[in-house]
Design a protein around this ligand. Structure first.
Ligand SMILES: [Zn+2]
Length: 334
């Protein structure tokens, strides 16, 4: 990597306001080591450790060297995505000074950066913390990352919102933290189409609850091989053919690693149908099932009494006070 790989700051190098003035050998060895001279912006919802690592890469340092140079004491060991860096409030201020980014801006982009302004006096410290599987970040789109890193790296880890599962520009997705490479989705163009449909769903006031419900239902259908098995197997096969790494990644099966991605178009379609379903207490469950089958492109939904969708529809109609029974809203545009 050369010095031109990153954008130089638009003003002269500024020393951090606090005691984060770099004095270590690592910094002195690096020609571009003046703090704040390199601008590396965080990705949306980036893991703290991912951002610090990208920053270190831009300065041609290791992560411990960068923290040391910023006056932050690092304890423990860890790697992404199974561990996250936790920064003390003082360390957050040091990071903000180093990156010349106001701390509130940094905290907005890095959701796990817990900072509070009233604790200037504690030590600037960072420690690695192990993460449970469901808390682990996933790989960000390599091309978005490369762009944001000024070509210094294509590796970043993020906690994407559900509607950011697929990068519609570069056709990549990372549905599971165990995937060390992203899944290329060119082979399944309906995934990008679902991304755009998902953005339209967000305009609906019931989008969040409809999404949670729909995802629980399609996940269960997938795991129990119901209704859409053939379509999902076909999509999975196409994704595997285009992504050989899926079949060689560790112990987990491709079917499990890609589940959220394989069911994504139908989850979005079901969420949109549920969000726009009129909330009439006496509505016929069979009629609602027919409507949803149509939206999913199925001739019918032959569901038994324990089918999660049928249970949901029956349940909500008998209990108009559930969170899914807000006042009826107009059904247009969805
Ligand atoms: Zn991208």
């Amino acid at each position: 990597m050369t010095r031109t790989d990153v954008t130089a700051g638009d003003t002269a190098p500024a020393a951090p306001a606090q005691r984060g003035v770099p004095t270590t050998e690592a910094w002195l060895r690096t020609p571009s080591a003046a703090p704040g001279v390199l601008r590396v912006r965080p990705l949306a919802n980036e893991a703290t450790a991912s951002y610090v690592q990208r920053l270190a890469t831009a300065y041609q340092l290791t992560l411990p060297q960068l923290l040391d140079g910023a006056g932050i004491t690092l304890t423990g060991h860890g790697t992404l995505p199974t561990a996250e860096l936790q920064l003390s409030p003082a360390a957050c201020h040091h990071l903000a000074a180093l990156t010349r980014t106001p701390l509130p801006h940094l905290a907005r982009a890095l959701p796990r950066l817990a900072a509070s302004d009233d604790a200037h006096h504690t030590a600037a410290a960072a420690r690695w913390k192990r993460l449970e599987a469901e808390q682990q970040p996933v790989r960000a789109c390599t091309l978005c990352t490369r762009h944001r890193s000024h070509d210094a790296t294509d590796t970043a880890w993020v906690h994407p919102a559900p509607h950011r599962l697929v990068c519609p520009c570069h056709h990549q997705a990372a549905p599971d933290p165990r995937l060390t490479a992203t899944v290329r989705t060119w082979a399944a163009p309906e995934l990008a189409a679902a991304h755009h449909a998902h953005q339209r769903l967000l305009r609906h006031p019931r989008a969040a609850t409809a999404w949670t419900t729909a995802r629980a239902i399609t996940t269960r259908w997938y795991d129990h091989q119901q209704h859409l098995t053939h379509r999902w197997h076909t999509r999975l096969a196409r994704l595997c053919a285009a992504n050989p790494h899926l079949t060689t990644t560790g112990s987990a099966s491709p079917a499990l690693l890609t589940r959220d991605l394989v069911i994504y178009p139908e989850t979005v379609a079901l969420a949109r149908a549920l969000a726009t379903l009129p909330n009439r207490p006496h509505r016929d469950t069979g009629k609602a099932l027919n409507l949803i089958a149509h939206r999913l492109g199925l001739p019918h939904l032959a569901s038994n009494a324990t089918d999660p969708l049928r249970v949901f529809l029956t349940h909500t109609h008998h209990r108009p006070a559930t969170p899914h029974s807000e006042a009826p809203t107009e059904r247009s545009r969805l």
